[in-house]
Structure formats: C-alpha cells, structure tokens
Design a protein around this ligand. Structure first.
Ligand code: NAD
Ligand code: ZN
Length: 249
C-alpha cells in the first residue's frame, strides 16, 4: 500500500512529533558502504561479518588487527553529510523533529547539524574508543594515531585491556537506557519515517511496529523491501538523497 509524494508531504506538514529512524542506507550517498545493500560490505565479503562480532574480536588478536586497519581506512573519517542528512536538519529547524534514532555509527547526523541531544545512537559511535576490560573511554583519533605509528592492536593505557571502537558489535548488549529512550520517542511520534535500513536488526527494528501500534503514521524509504512494508502507510523504493528532501522541503 502506498501514497504519493504529495500526500506524504501533507503528512509531514501536519505532523508535530516526527521520529526518524535511520540506517546505513542514508550514508551510502556520502561514500560509506552499507552492510546488506547490493554493494554492501557483507554482501561482497561474508567473512567481514566476523569483524563485527564481539566473540571473534575478543578471542582473536588477528581479528582485532584487521579491525584496526579497517578503522584507519574507514571512509567515514572524511565523509560529508548528504541531502538526506540535511533534510532531517530541516525537519528540526521546522520544529518537528522529536527524535532521530540512528543505527549509524558515523556521526554524520551531528556533522550535518542535527542537535546531539536529539540523536539516539543505538549502536554507539566510531568516534570514541572504549576499553572492554575497565570501561575507560576516550576520543578515537589518538588511538588511531597509535595504530598508524605501528601498534597493531593497541592496549588500554589504564589497564592494558582490549580496546575497541565504542560501537555495539553482534553479541554485545546495547548501552543501558538507550533502547528505552528510542522506544519512548517512537510511541510519542505522530509520524515515523524509517530511512535506509533493512529493519532486520533488533531490538531497534521493533520501534517501527511500536510506533505504528501507538498511532503514528509510518513512511518507509528504502531501495529494497523490508518486513514492515505491509504495515506502512507509504513505502518509497527510491534514492534517499532526492526523496527525503522532497518530503520535507
Ligand atoms: P543495512 O546495510 O542492513 O541496509 C541498508 C539498506 O539501505 C539496504 O536495504 C539498501 O538497499 C538501502 N540503501 C542503501 N543506499 C540507499 C539509498 N541511497 N537510497 C535508498 N536506499 C538505500 O543497514 P542497517 O539496517 O542500518 O543495518 C546495518 C548495521 O550496520 C547497523 O546496525 C549499523 O550500526 C551498521 N552500519 C553502519 C554504517 C554507518 O554508520 N554509516 C555503515 C554500515 C553498517
Ligand atoms: Zn582498560
């Protein structure tokens, strides 16, 4: 079931509490590959999934060395926000953005200008580093400098433990409170727009049916079908960078 762009623009105009849920697809037009899209990292190299699993990461120094090299060369360090990220800033400027729930770790929403307090990063951020053993946390760049200088698997300066990016890997729990914030925002929404996500990763995907059951309109923008297309009020299988601005502007 779907509505035309003009009707969806009307829903956005009438909405007062819009919650946007984003996934890796909003950042592909900034040059950051997604995981499961046609050109996704895992689609091209299923072995790469190991780098995103805490069990392999903790057990295998080889996996950690590879993960640090991937972090060094991550295109996100130099990526710029695109028209999709900017459309969400525009929603906030219009006073309509209730919350932005993102599965992304790239920080591009904040770089585009969305207020940090409106962004709920359910899967953490690659801009910080954390010690698995003592919980020490700091900015990522100084640790990347150590890798560049030759430390292949840099250890925690406080306790000698295993350092990792402050992102949530498979097999790891979410940060306390973060999912509660996301769910609360979702049920308060009058319009939920899910953008660039396959909606396969739980618990975050659960905010979509939760918002819908609580009375929100649901719009899904994604190149590929998702499991929640059937409950959506509109589904747009179109490029995000042109579609999202067309709904908001
Ligand atoms: P995903 O890779 O599973 O799915 C992305 C979806 O977006 C795909 O269905 C793809 O077809 C669609 N898509 C890609 N570019 C698009 C475009 N320009 N227009 C319309 N649709 C487009 O992503 P996910 O659901 O977010 O799950 C991946 C997990 O990996 C997340 O948990 C996230 O934390 C992490 N991740 C983050 C980044 C990032 O921060 N940019 C990148 C890769 C993976
Ligand atoms: Zn430590």
């Amino acid at each position: 079931m779907s509505a035309d762009i003009q009707s969806i623009r009307g829903w956005v105009a009438a909405a007062r509490r819009v919650v946007v849920l984003t996934g890796a697809g909003i950042s592909t037009e900034s040059g950051i590959p997604d995981f499961r899209g046609p050109n996704g990292l895992w689609t091209r190299d299923p072995e790469a999934e190991k780098l995103s699993d805490i069990r392999y990461y903790l057990a295998d120094a080889g996996v950690r060395r590879k993960a640090w090299q991937k972090r060094l060369s991550n295109p996100a360090w130099t990526a710029q926000p695109n028209a999709g990220h900017k459309a969400i800033v525009e929603l906030e400027n219009l006073g309509k953005l209730h919350a932005l729930i993102t599965q992304n770790i790239d920080g591009l929403h904040q770089k585009a200008g969305t207020s940090p307090e409106r962004v709920i990063e359910v899967h953490g951020t690659m801009h910080s580093v954390v010690c698995w053993d003592c919980g020490w946390r700091g900015p990522m760049l100084p640790t990347l400098d150590r890798v560049r200088a030759g430390e292949e698997d840099p250890a925690c300066g406080e306790c000698g433990g295993i350092l990792k990016s402050a992102t949530i890997l498979f097999g790891e729990g979410l940060a306390p409170g973060v999912m509660e914030r996301a769910s609360e925002a979702a049920v308060e929404a009058d319009l939920l727009i899910a953008v660039g996500t396959t909606l396969q990763v739980y618990p975050v995907a659960g905010v979509v049916p939760a918002a819908k059951s609580a009375g929100a309109r649901l719009v899904i923008i994604n190149a590929e079908p998702t499991q929640f297309d059937r409950i959506a009020d509109a589904v747009l299988h179109k490029p995000i960078g042109e579609t999202l601005p067309a709904l908001v502007g």
